[in-house]
Design a protein around this ligand. Structure first.
Ligand code: ZN
Length: 212
C-alpha cells in the first residue's frame, strides 16, 4: 500500500520536474522553456519510493503508431507474467513499418514504456504513447543514416531494444527526465521545433544520455 506521505513526496518531485505546471496543454508545452536544470524524478524502480501496488497491478500499454495509423490498448502483463499473445501484438505494433518486418522486442523496453505511461496517468495524463520508431531492419536503419535522419549505424533499434517515442503535451525534457529516472538504459533527446515537437529515444542498452 502506498502511504500518503510517499505519494505526496512523489507529487512534489513531479512538480519540481515541471509536470504540474508546464506541460498539461499543448500550448503550455510549446510555451514552456526548455529548461536544462530540471531534476529527474526518483528511480521509479525503487520500491521504497513507489507503492508496491504500482508494480504488481496488471499492466496495460496504450500506444499509437502515427506512421501506420494503428492504435492499440494492450493488457500485456498480469499476475507477474507477460501475456504471450499480448506481447506478440506489441511486437507487431513496434515492427519496422517501412521494412515490413517484425522482431522480438526486449520486454524490458515495454517495462520502461509502461512505467512512463502509468506514472503520468496518476496525474491525469492518459494519452497514448506515440511510437515513431521501434524495431528497424538493418536495411531500414542504413537508409535512415544515408538520408541524414538521426540514426546510429549500430542502432539498438536493429535488435529490438529501442523505441523513439513522444507523448502529446509532454515536452522532451520532462519525458526524457522521467525515462532517465528508471536507469534502465540510454535516453536520447531530440529537440525539434514545430507543432509536434521532438521525440525521445529510449533503449535498454547502457545507461547514457545524449542530445541529437
Ligand atoms: Zn532511436
Amino acid at each position: 500500500m502506498a502511504s500518503r506521505r510517499d505519494f505526496l513526496q512523489q507529487g512534489a518531485r513531479l512538480c519540481a520536474l515541471g509536470l504540474g505546471a508546464q506541460v498539461l496543454t499543448p500550448a503550455a508545452a510549446a510555451a514552456a522553456p526548455q529548461s536544462t536544470d530540471l531534476q529527474p524524478p526518483p528511480d521509479l524502480f525503487d520500491a521504497q519510493l513507489l507503492d508496491l501496488d504500482f508494480w504488481v497491478k496488471p499492466r496495460t500499454l496504450s500506444v499509437v503508431r502515427p506512421q501506420s495509423g494503428e492504435r492499440a490498448r494492450v493488457l500485456y502483463w498480469k499476475d507477474g507474467e507477460v501475456i504471450d499473445s499480448a506481447y506478440q501484438e506489441l511486437c507487431h505494433i513496434l515492427r519496422d513499418v517501412n521494412g515490413r518486418a517484425t522482431a522480438p522486442i526486449d520486454p524490458k523496453l515495454f517495462e520502461i514504456l509502461w512505467g512512463t505511461q502509468a506514472f503520468i496517468a496518476r496525474y491525469g495524463m492518459t494519452q497514448p504513447l506515440e511510437i515513431l520508431s521501434g524495431y528497424r531492419t538493418e536495411a531500414s536503419n542504413k537508409r535512415l543514416v544515408e538520408e541524414g535522419v538521426p540514426a546510429a549505424r549500430k542502432s539498438l533499434h536493429m535488435v529490438g531494444k529501442a523505441a523513439d517515442i513522444r507523448i502529446a503535451s509532454l515536452n522532451e525534457e520532462v519525458l526524457g527526465g522521467l525515462i532517465r529516472s528508471f536507469r534502465q538504459g540510454g535516453v536520447g533527446y531530440y529537440y525539434r521545433s514545430g507543432p509536434k515537437g521532438g521525440w525521445i529515444h529510449a533503449d535498454t542498452g547502457l545507461n547514457r544520455t545524449w542530445k541529437g
